[in-house]
Design a protein around this ligand. Structure first.
Ligand code: NAD
Length: 498
């Protein structure tokens, strides 16, 4: 059974509440248990965070940034340990987990620039002897609720920016792979963050509801599936909080007739099947334009999908690992069957995949579906597994209309040699993150991440400049120092003439 993973509240481990098993998805074995918190643990974390956060919020930004510089060096030094912690509970390959750490490092690096991005504005003489200064102040205690698929990177999309802006933070990570959150607490501790400024409360719906309802939490960042993002946004904003809630996705990649098809097929393999398709920026729909493009693409893809190297994270040759739970495996296989029943052609069938020596694991083989229609369940729903659907478009205009009509708008890509088409696509497509011959256009740490439509609820993207606005509030101070001139009471609205 293994250890019980504790909450980290006020800098100390705390075990309370019921426990839930944590599995190794490659073997199906229970490897640990996680403590499931609720209102009591959230309240304790908020109190501690508020207390420790007062001094942290007053710490000069340059000193807060130094903690981020230290965190960056510690993450670099301990990246193998972070990656192993991710893979043990998530199942992704070690190389993929290292990639996750690398993208998290970018956000930490951006956070190191806090003295610059928190610098205020000042205007002298906005009126006679009147000066005006604008500054961004921390919100106080903020919280993050995160999904299973990036147990390290997604929390680190939020934590460095929230902390460096002067807030204290409560993380409610996924209960499926909770250990990475406690490791982040350890890394922050080593970096010199004062105890209590960062807290981890494990759990599920009870912990989430307690966060959404707690009056001491000023803002909530959520990343996860769309129905829960919608719920979190509604309940959190109803409680008067600032909320950003990033949801699910169905990312299309358009392959124009002039595209380099070998390059496009490589891109589809990596973006469709890397991390077993469990990425919010995974390409799950390929849209070849024209029957000839589609036939040639399927011919190239089918043998490569069938030959994907599937294995546990400890296998250095593995290209993808298992999916997260038995329930996810059943759901994905059920959706493939539904797609087949609704008329899709199963070109490569990943159902029933078993790996010798890992018979108890949660495996789904790479699956390629052709002739998928836009009315089918496999097209409308996010599958979040190693399943690539081909939806054939008769023209470029059809492809654009199809993507724009989809409920999700997280990421998309176009593969083409035609600059005119690429430029038109970038402008007209109703999606937040667009790649031109780039299959997974995740913005770097100094831009911001965010989809459109049902892929996001709330006005702010995550990390980068958008995070500065999300995790701070604007204050503008207008001042006049007595000059000895007495103008008398003034009853008209103040203007430049006064
Ligand atoms: P999920 O929505 O099931 O869980 C996310 C978080 O919500 C977890 O912390 C979980 O404990 C909590 N939660 C689950 N059910 C809840 C409920 N009923 N009430 C309150 N809280 C609840 O998501 P997941 O399966 O962990 O992650 C996969 C999903 O996340 C996919 O849909 C994926 O597209 C999405 N995702 C989106 C992004 C993005 O940036 N847009 C990034 C990563 C993942």
């Amino acid at each position: 059974m293994g250890e019980v993973i504790p909450h980290i509240i006020g800098g100390a481990p705390q075990r309370s509440g019921a426990v839930q098993p944590v599995f190794n998805p490659a073997t199906g074995e229970e490897i640990a248990q996680v403590t499931m918190g609720g209102a009591t643990e959230v309240d304790a974390a908020v109190r501690g965070a508020a207390e420790a956060g007062a001094a942290w919020g007053d710490t000069p930004p340059a000193k807060r940034a130094r903690v981020m510089f230290a965190l960056r060096e510690i993450c670099e030094r301990r990246k193998d340990e972070i990656a192993r912690t991710i893979s043990r509970e998530h199942g992704k390959t070690h190389a993929d987990a290292l990639g996750e750490v690398a993208r998290a490092l970018e956000v930490i690096e951006y956070a190191c620039g806090a003295p610059e991005f928190l610098k205020g504005d000042f205007s002298r003489n906005v009126g006679p002897d009147i000066d005006s200064a604008s500054e961004r102040q921390p919100l106080g205690v903020v919280a993050g609720i995160t999904p299973f698929n990036f147990p390290s990177m997604v929390p680190l999309w939020m934590i460095p920016m929230a902390l460096v802006c002067g807030n204290s933070f409560i993380l409610k990570p996924s209960e499926r792979d909770p250990s990475s959150a406690n490791l982040i607490a350890d890394l922050l501790d080593e970096a010199g963050l004062p105890k209590g400024v960062f807290n981890v409360v494990h759990g599920g719906k009870d912990a989430v509801d307690a966060i959404l309802d707690h009056p001491g939490i000023m803002a909530v960042s959520f990343v996860g599936s769309t129905p829960i993002a919608d719920y979190v946004y509604r309940r959190g904003t109803a409680a008067g909080k600032r909320v950003q809630a990033l949801g699910g996705a169905k990312n299309h990649m358009v392959i124009m007739p002039d595209a380099d098809l070998d390059q496009a097929a490589d891109a589809l393999l990596g973006a469709g099947f890397g991390s077993a398709g469990e990425r919010c920026m995974a390409v799950s729909v390929a849209v070849p334009v024209g029957e000839d493009t589609a036939d040639r693409l399927v011919e190239k893809l089918a043998p490569q999908v069938a030959a994907l190297k599937i294995g546990p994270s400890t296998d250095p040759d593995a290209e993808m690992g298992p999916v997260i739970t038995r329930a996810a495996q059943d759901r994905i296989e059920g959706l493939i069957s539904k797609g087949e029943a609704e008329g899709a052609k199963v070109v490569v069938d990943g159902r029933g995949f078993r790996l010798q020596g890992y018979e108890g694991g949660f495996w789904v083989g790479g699956t390629l579906l052709d002739h998928v229609g836009t009315e089918m369940t496999v097209y409308c729903e996010e599958i979040f597994g190693p399943v690539l659907s081909i939806v054939r478009a008769s023209s470029y205009a059809d492809a654009v209309d199809m993507i724009n009509a989809h409920a999700y708008g997280n990421g998309t890509a176009i593969f083409t040699r035609d600059g005119d088409a690429a430029r038109d696509f970038s402008k007209r497509i109703q999606v937040g993150m667009v790649g031109v011959n780039v299959p997974i256009p995740v913005p770097v740490g100094y831009h911001s991440f965010g989809g459109w439509k049902q892929s996001i609820f709330g006005a702010h993207g995550i990390y980068g400049p958008e995070a500065v606005h999300f995790y701070t509030r604007l204050k503008t101070i207008t001042s006049r120092w007595p000059t000895g001139i007495r103008a008398g009471a003034q009853f008209t609205f103040p203007s430049l003439e006064d």
